[in-house]
Write a protein that binds this ligand. Structure first.
Ligand code: PLP
Length: 400
């Protein structure tokens, strides 16, 4: 439609949200559908956080706040960065937005000019390349391999950097693979970046707290302090504190960049929800015991899903270090036929046929830039996961 802007032609709607919507529609029609598409914890927001929000409403914290966050939340975030990441950020180096998603979007809008390149290891979170495109930049995907744990090697990074490279986006633990970089692996990448002073790093630490089997999380500016001046450390409360709907994300970084992010926000949404900001203060400063409790459950589910998927014909599923996703390959099903006679040509066919035949909603690898594979979010009830995996086994077993 000619009325719409050219920039809209460059992007597509989020595939993960589309799968969730489709599963919801089928459910509403009475189909027995298990949705494994959504990237959010099934646990409720902890009670102390909900209570803090109610208190904030009653105390009258219901008006506009500073565009980039109330001082109390910025102070809590500064303490979090120090306590958990050994990073010093002053309040003027911290910005709060309506979800990590907005902070990321603003950061790209604030920095990209036409022709600027952004290196994104694939598979990647669906929004990275499209946000880069919206901001006028050029995404440069670097395909990783399952055999390498879906992690980019330093030499691969070195090879794709050009004088036009502006950012590397690093996401560990990763959506969609769950894989996480060790401190040594991060060091390998930061050594490369030290040779290229034009490249900044946007480290998306949204899944920081969701790691299993004693994996130790590390972040870029902590591993290589020499990159502190060109790192944006992005995080939020959505995943670890089960607060996806509250929409609070934040970042720490160099003051000039943080200020620019705030300027963009001031001309679009202004402050994130005042009530949610007070809830986030409680999340960061209050009791943290539910994080390991949730992680015990997530780890059990991960092990269950990995075990069951590896028994499905044609599926190969690695065991990742963190987040609440697995990213199995369905290469062994390509070229085979479902009972209706339809041939599976790619991972999009795989997920469509799986949803039709067995009512299990997963997301095709094509959406994340590396296939043939699919993403399962195991942030859902264990019984449902077990049943979904049984159905996947049956679906794959019926292929001819
Ligand atoms: C890798 C990654 N980064 C950022 C976000 C954004 O989270 P939010 O906007 O809810 O803070 C998500 C959410 O799915 C994510 O998976």
């Amino acid at each position: 439609m000619a009325f719409l802007s050219d920039s809209l032609a460059r992007i597509k709607p989020s595939a993960t949200l589309a799968v969730t919507d489709k599963a919801r529609t089928l459910k509403a029609q009475g189909r027995n559908v298990i949705g494994l598409g959504a990237g959010e914890p099934d646990f409720d927001t902890p009670v102390n956080i909900r209570e803090a929000a109610k208190r904030a409403i009653d105390a009258g914290h219901t008006r506009y706040t500073a565009v980039d966050g109330i001082p109390e939340l910025k102070a809590a975030i500064a303490r979090k960065f120090k306590r958990e990441n050994d990073l010093d950020y002053k309040p003027s180096q911290i910005t709060v937005g309506t979800g990590g998603k907005q902070v990321l979007y603003n950061a790209l809008m604030a920095t990209l000019n036409p022709g600027d390149e952004v290196v994104i290891p694939a598979p990647y979170w669906v929004s990275y390349p499209d946000m880069v495109l919206l901001a006028g930049g050029t995404p440069v995907a670097v395909e990783t391999r399952m055999e390498d744990g879906f992690k980019m090697k330093p030499a691969e990074l070195d090879r794709v950097i050009t004088p036009k490279t502006k950012w590397l986006i690093l996401n560990s633990p990763s959506n969609p693979t769950g894989s996480a970089y060790t401190r040594a692996e991060i060091k390998g990448l930061t050594d490369v970046l030290l040779k290229h002073p034009q490249v900044w790093v946007l480290t998306d630490d949204m899944y920081e707290h969701l790691v299993y089997d004693d994996f130790v999380f590390a972040t870029v500016a902590q591993v290589e302090p020499k990159l502190y001046e060109r790192t944006l450390t992005l995080n939020g409360v959505s995943k670890a504190y089960c607060m996806t709907g509250w929409r609070i994300g934040y970042a720490g970084g160099p003051e000039a960049l943080i200020k620019a992010i705030g300027t963009i926000q001031s001309q679009s949404t202004s402050n994130p929800s005042s009530v949610s900001q007070w809830a986030a203060v409680e999340a960061l400063e209050g009791p943290q015991h539910f994080i390991p409790e949730h992680n015990r459950v997530f780890k059990e589910r991960r092990d269950l899903v990995v075990g069951m998927l590896n028994q499905a014909n044609g599926i190969r599923c690695p065991k990742p270090e963190g987040a609440f996703y697995v990213y199995p390959s369905c290469a062994g099903t390509i070229g085979r036929n479902v009972t209706s006679g339809k041939r599976i040509e790619n991972d999009e066919d795989f997920v469509t046929e799986l949803l039709d035949a067995e009512g299990v909603a997963v997301v095709q690898g094509a959406a994340f830039g590396l296939g043939p594979a699919f993403r399962i979010s195991y942030a859902t009830k264990t019984e449902d996961l077990e049943e979904a995996c049984r159905r996947i086994q049956r679906f794959c077993g019926n292929l001819t």
